[in-house]
Design a protein around this ligand. Structure first.
Ligand SMILES: O=C(O)C(=O)Cc1ccc(O)cc1
Ligand SMILES: [Fe+2]
Length: 438
């Protein structure tokens, strides 16, 4: 085996001038095609073409916390590759195209560790999802442009190679909390995961356990109060992400404000361009507007010690079977209030979608139908007629010991956005859970 090599390649000195992004343009709704490259400002074209669906999401757990086993055993993720140094262990766990990279220290230390390959050490006091890796075509060029925009690039473009070939990566800090982004070019790599990792023995058996998870659907951040707008600007300006509206009622200047009935939250949504390197990735930025305390967004900030990734939506083509199988494996899900299923018209809505309301209620699955004429776009699933565009969602309890990071299953049947009724139901379910734990 060729020893692992890490070098810094020649940096591209190309500079890019940046302009304010798309002010005054009509924005697409969720699922509508992003603005076509022809009408994007030149700087956004350069970025947008190169960022695609996340390649992995990094989780860090403090010394001695054993969460990898849970992700593998309960969530049925398969260990595919591992890397160990005397100080750290990095384990890649996969289900479909969704990959979590689980990072653990093997010894206590107060200093930041430089042993975590393809990431930076967030020095977590508790479990945290702190890095989202995107595949890009030109790592040195992008890092250079980001640095030119004032971004912090804690890991400059670095080449790593082994028998399977080589990759180039760099790490940039986001403006949100402890989040960083690894930018990775693995077009020259043929191994099972990344250079430096050993494949795990035994091919994963994905079929037959009832769990179907295909890919990451979206990543939801909790931003500090007053901070969602700055985060939106940063992802537009630096990564070429494009804003989309979550509802026809959403006003461009305000964002999607959910208020009343004890809910107080602002949501802003973005997606990466659907480039040559794969489908887009959705980012949802959430900010608390609530006077009521505690609530899930403020509680995240308090317990996580600042802003960060609150949850990750995992796409499934069969939420009923996947939820059942995961429940049997010990995963706990939030149950919406019973009134969710008895509210006027809900049973009919579920029936018209072709689903069974008793099954959904028994499992706690939420269903939201897109009003005909709204939110239609190229993501429309050919299995459904346009009047039956809907989505189903369910949320797990927090994964770590604090009320911070959780997972979501989402089964999209032609509906590309997020259901307002579902967001309210989730908010209330979490509220009940938190009140019980007080
Ligand atoms: O509905 C979804 O899946 C979202 O991602 C929106 C959202 C954001 C923050 C919350 O605390 C709850 C829901
Ligand atoms: Fe979500």
């Amino acid at each position: 085996m060729t020893p692992l090599r890490g070098t810094q390649p020649q940096r591209d000195t190309h500079k890019c001038t940046w302009a304010p992004c798309m002010a005054g343009e009509r924005l697409p709704m969720a699922g509508e095609p992003p603005l076509t490259p022809a009408i994007l400002p030149q700087h956004a074209q350069a970025m947008a073409a190169s960022l695609s669906r996340p390649c992995f999401i990094s989780l860090h757990v403090p010394y001695r916390q054993r969460w990898a086993q849970d992700l593998a055993a309960s969530f049925r993720f398969h260990p595919v590759a591992v890397r160990e140094t005397p100080r750290v262990r990095q384990l890649a766990l996969r289900r479909g195209a969704a990959v979590f990279l689980l990072n653990q220290r093997l010894a206590p230390s107060r200093a930041p560790s430089h042993d975590f390959l393809y990431d930076v050490d967030p020095q977590p006091a508790l479990g945290t999802a702190s890095n989202v890796c995107f595949e890009v075509e030109d790592v040195p060029g992008l890092c250079e442009r980001l640095r030119g925009r004032g971004c912090s690039v804690p890991v400059p473009p670095t080449e790593v190679s082994d028998d399977g070939g080589s990759v180039t990566y760099g790490v940039v800090r986001s403006v949100v909390g402890n989040i960083s982004h690894t930018l990775l070019d693995r077009s020259r790599y043929r191994g099972p995961f990344l250079p430096g990792f050993q494949p795990m023995q035994g091919a994963p058996h994905e079929a037959g356990d009832g769990v179907e998870i295909t890919n990451f659907d979206h990543i939801t951040y909790v931003c500090p109060r007053g901070g969602a707008r700055a985060a939106l600007d940063w992802y537009q300006r630096c990564f070429g992400f494009q804003r989309f509206l979550l509802s026809p009622q959403e006003r461009l200047a305000e964002g999607y404000v959910l208020g009343g009935q004890g809910v107080g939250m602002l949501l802003l949504a973005l997606q990466s361009a659907q480039g040559s390197s794969g489908p887009s990735c959705k980012l949802v930025l959430a900010e608390s507007l609530s006077e009521d305390s505690p609530n899930q967004v403020d509680t995240f900030l308090a317990q996580h010690g600042g802003a960060g990734i609150q949850h990750v939506g995992l796409c499934t083509p069969d939420i009923v079977s996947t939820t059942r199988a995961l429940q049997q494996a010990g995963v706990r899900f939030f149950m919406p209030p019973a009134t969710y299923y008895s509210q006027l018209g809900k049973e009919e809505e579920i029936r018209e979608a072709g689903q069974d309301s008793r099954t959904l209620a028994e499992l706690g699955i939420l269903l939201d139908t897109t009003v005909p004429g709204e939110n239609k776009g190229p993501c429309t699933d050919s299995r459904e007629s346009p009047s039956q565009n809907y989505l189903m969602q369910i949320f797990t309890h927090p994964i770590f010991s604090e009320e911070t990071f959780f997972l979501e299953l989402i089964d999209r049947r032609g509906a590309p956005g997020f259901g307002e009724g579902n967001i309210r139901a989730l908010w209330k379910a979490v509220q009940v859970y938190m009140d019980q734990r007080q």
